[in-house]
Design a protein around this ligand. Structure first.
Ligand SMILES: Nc1ncnc2c1ncn2[C@@H]1O[C@H](COP(=O)(O)OP(=O)(O)O)[C@@H](O)[C@H]1O
Ligand SMILES: [Mg+2]
Length: 346
């Protein structure tokens, strides 16, 4: 471990090739403001939409991609030479003790960035390559949940290159209305409901633009309950259960438009809260999770259904995950101290 001025060198990775590029920048902006700068020296690494990594001296900010390209001229690459692991800037390797990937969804939460870091020998916070890759896929996590006896909405994971006719057959089997979503994406991109076969055509085509598709029974009048988890070596911490008061489809605009209210703790019975905690621990253990996760459930007509695991939950100033962890007694600065120390010692 290199300690310059007694500080660990931390690379904050954000932006990225994925659909949640702008959300990632907002997360980085917030993390930059809460991380303990007395302990850590931060290297901000902006990943542009083409996948190039740029070293920035400044603060992450939500300004556009082009502004970044113009002002962040030092392209860097994750690299290892002997014992030295870090970022190569074309001349030298800048040592990095630990990276914090803050990239949500595809090209970030799905193990791809983690694979690059791992290959260069750079420790990183959060889920490892395999766990990230498994948890991004709602088909896999549904199967995992079912295998350990945790209920999910009835659904069918369609294979790659499934046709509209395959989708219609699956929807008829489940029964309309159905909910259609890409298996490996986040922030509700490409997701939507279909009441009948006519609607299914456009909804399926849109979802299929993003790869494999999942079709589920439409869960009506549901409440969306979410729990935060922090899995460290030898111990885990769970938050109280929070709720998103979204009234229907929790789409991209509701997620980031600033108008949706979240509450923590949710107004639910002790029995439901206990069940959610139990399911969350079993799911995280089955997925070999390390680091952060937000595990999401639906509650409808007394049915508690697992929906998804997010291994890199949104971390903007308005995001639920930091609020959940604060309610668990861990503020943002402390959260990153724990994550970095855990990653560096892994
Ligand atoms: N089976 C379903 N029935 C009704 N609404 C759903 C269903 N699945 C997802 N949704 C709605 O779509 C939103 C996004 O779906 P989700 O599975 O959480 O994917 P993402 O990874 O994009 O957040 C959910 O928060 C919920 O509002
Ligand atoms: Mg979700």
């Amino acid at each position: 471990m290199n300690l310059t001025n007694g500080k660990r060198k931390i690379a904050l990775l954000y932006g990225g090739r994925g659909c949640e590029h702008s959300v990632s920048i907002a997360s980085a902006e917030y993390v930059w403001s809460v991380i303990d700068r007395r302990k850590y020296e931060l290297l901000c690494v902006f990943i542009d939409k083409a996948g190039a990594w740029w070293l920035s001296d400044g603060v992450p900010s939500p300004s556009g991609h082009d502004t970044y390209r113009a002002s962040h001229k030092r392209e860097v690459f994750p690299c290892r030479a002997g014992e030295l692991c870090g970022l190569f800037d074309g001349e030298k390797i800048l040592p990095v003790d630990c990276a914090i990937p803050l990239l949500h969804g595809d090209y970030g939460e799905d193990g791809r960035i983690q694979g690059a870091l791992d290959s260069a020998g750079i420790p990183f916070t959060g889920a490892d390559v395999i766990t990230g890759a498994v948890c991004i896929d709602k088909g896999f996590t549904r199967a995992l949940a079912e295998q350990i006896g945790i209920p999910t909405a009835r659904g069918v994971s369609l294979p790659r290159a499934a046709s509209l006719e395959d989708a219609a057959r699956a929807a008829r089997q489940i029964g309309f209305p159905v909910f259609v979503k890409p298996r490996r994406l986040g922030s509700s991109v490409g997701a939507g409901a279909a009441r009948d076969e006519a609607e299914l055509t456009s909804v399926f085509r849109r979802a299929a633009l993003y790869g494999e598709v999942l079709i589920e029974e439409f869960i009506d009048g549901k409440r969306e309950l979410e729990i935060g988890a922090l899995f460290l070596r030898g111990r885990h911490i769970l938050s109280p259960v929070g709720e998103v008061l979204c009234n229907g489809f929790y789409d991209f605009d509701k997620k980031y438009g600033g108008s949706t209210q979240t509450v923590c703790p949710a107004d639910i019975s002790g029995g439901v809260a206990e069940k959610i905690r139990e399911y969350a621990v079993r799911l995280c253990e089955a997925a070999s999770l390390c680091g952060t996760a937000r595990i999401d459930f639906f509650l409808s007509d007394g049915r508690l259904l697992f929906n998804e695991i997010n291994t890199l939950p949104g971390f903007t100033k308005d995001s639920l995950y930091p609020a959940l962890m604060r309610a668990a007694g861990i503020d943002e600065g402390e959260l990153f101290n724990l994550l970095v120390e855990d990653a560096a010692n892994r």
